[in-house]
Write a protein that binds this ligand. Structure first.
Ligand code: PHE
Length: 503
């Protein structure tokens, strides 16, 4: 049927009503369900009204009945498989031809109908050109014309589990309050064109007063919004924060990304000629390119130790320290720049130095080639303990406790070099899934060349360590490429749905 809706509207227009949706469907040769669907849709816009409702029980097909209506009855299929003439078919060949189930169900009725007969081991045809009345009857039932099938036959089909009684709602339908001969599509949105006054001579758009708007349910709840989840890095950061606070560390303020070379490198006794200070490794600021407010006396002491050395160091020599270099603004390459400023404060606070534990978790920048494990920006977790007479044993113990708490229980240390720590140790953790030791951090005791110009009293030692936030997060969330975690290629839905797993 071309447009069932229009046919129903036309019928309502000419006859005023439809007495029975079922009879209407039969008459038009369409499915009753389709008529009911259109009727319900017309009802919502009051084009139609419900005059009455009756429940009608009628015969319908079972799954088995549907199969037979489509493929033929088992007896018909058996009959067709046996060739005409004296040759016949052996029992086992017939079964092979139609399958065990059809053979079992079809052979009995075939004998009863005298379509086939057994002769010795053979099955022979005993009728010519039989008609599959069972399938024909089922097709009638399927079309809703079950009244054309004798009751006795329906009962027999029911016994064979091919038909069953089904009940359906039948409606009588009248015109609704909004009845119109054609359905006018309701408009969902008010557009600019509907509001603009049409100038004379221009083709007229439909004015808002001429269209019918779809009703909006202002009380509906709306679909739940899926946003507002934490990024995996934030989740891991929250966990690290909790652990560090539990261990008695306080968080340092890290909210500035631009740092002077002085605090990022010079305060750490990193020579101005150090290769890491090259534009290949560090991002330099264009504006403001320089910063030149440093604590004056401290600046002088840093300059002095760079040139002349001290505490066993020879220094980097005359001309090795220039304000021009120290003043250069850069994007901080490590959060140790923050630690340095905190340590300077600690050494110069009112009332003098008191032992402290500090940590930070924030972003750092390196001018590096990007690959699967390196980005130009990443996050560092850093902690330090400043106290009298600390030893390497304290450093190892603190690091072990921290990593144990984040779930990395097997730790190894390897001697390393940093310009600002001595001794320095790389930290390796055992990855039980990869079955391998991987580098997870760096650590050391800050050198007196760094601490003493800050004004720390003799005997104060500072142990410190740092690691990236990305590495443990990648292990935890089983991410192989850092770009899947951070940056514009990160797959947010995947992260949102990632299960919370412990590493
Ligand atoms: N700043 C070091 C880095 O960027 C980490 C570190 C921190 C090392 C503290 C020693 C002490 O890798």
């Amino acid at each position: 049927m071309e447009d069932l809706e229009q046919v129903i509207l036309d019928t309502l227009g000419s006859a005023g009503k439809i007495d029975s949706t079922l009879e209407f469907a039969l008459e038009k040769g369409v499915e009753h369900q389709a008529v009911v669907g259109v009727f319900k849709s017309l009802l919502t816009d009051a084009y139609a009204a419900q005059l009455g409702e009756t429940t009608d029980t009628e015969w319908g097909l079972t799954e088995e009945g549907k199969n037979v209506a489509a493929d033929g009855s088992p007896e018909y299929l058996c009959y067709c498989a046996v060739p005409a003439g004296e040759e016949g078919l052996t029992m086992s060949d017939l079964q092979a031809a139609v399958g065990a189930t059809i053979n079992k169900l079809g052979l009995g009725p075939c004998m009863k109908n005298k379509w086939l007969a057994k002769k010795g081991d053979l099955v022979l045809r005993t009728a010519d050109g039989v008609i599959d009345t069972v399938a024909d009857m089922l097709r009638k039932v399927d079309a809703g014309a079950y009244t054309e099938v004798p009751d006795k036959e329906l009962q027999a089909l029911k016994k064979r589990k091919m038909v069953t009684m089904v009940s359906k709602k039948v409606y009588s339908v009248g015109k609704g309050a909004n009845y119109r001969p054609r359905r006018v599509k309701k408009v969902l949105e008010l557009t600019r064109e509907m509001l603009v006054k049409v100038e004379e001579g221009t083709p007229a758009g439909r004015h808002w007063s001429e269209v019918e708007f779809k009703k909006v349910n202002l009380n509906s709840m709306g679909a739940p919004v899926g946003g507002g989840n934490f990024h995996p890095l934030l989740k891991v950061r929250a966990e690290f924060r909790r652990i560090l606070m539990e261990m008695g560390f306080e968080e340092m303020p890290t909210s500035k990304w631009v740092e002077s070379s002085f605090w990022n490198f010079d305060a750490l006794f990193q020579p101005q000629s150090h290769p890491a200070r090259d534009a290949h490794d560090t991002f330099f600021m264009k504006t403001p390119a320089a910063c030149n407010s440093f604590p004056e006396e401290y600046y002088d002491r840093v300059k002095d130790i760079h040139i002349n050395g001290g505490f066993g160091s020879l220094g980097y020599g005359e001309g090795a320290f220039k304000m021009e270099e120290a003043a250069k603004n850069i994007l901080r390459t490590h959060t140790t720049a923050i630690s340095a400023q905190m340590l300077y404060k600690l050494a110069n606070q009112e009332g003098g130095f008191t032992p402290k534990k500090y940590f930070s978790v924030d972003r750092v920048f390196r001018n590096e080639a990007m690959d699967a494990t390196h980005l130009c920006e990443f996050h560092q977790v850093e902690g330090f303990v400043a106290d009298y007479n600390l030893t390497l044993g304290n450093l190892i113990g603190t690091i072990r406790t921290f990593f144990e708490k984040i779930g990395i229980t097997q730790i190894r240390f390897k001697p390393a070099y940093n310009p600002y720590t001595e001794p320095s140790m790389e930290i390796f953790g055992y990855h039980p899934e990869l079955k391998k030791w991987t580098e997870i951090g760096n650590s050391g005791m800050f050198r007196p060349e760094m601490l003493r110009p800050m004004g720390f009293p003799d005997g104060v030692r500072v142990i410190a360590w740092g690691l990236s936030l990305e590495r443990p997060t990648m292990i935890k969330y089983k991410i192989n490429n850092i770009r899947d975690l951070f940056g514009h290629k990160a797959d947010l839905p995947a992260q949102r749905n990632a299960p919370i797993a412990r590493f």
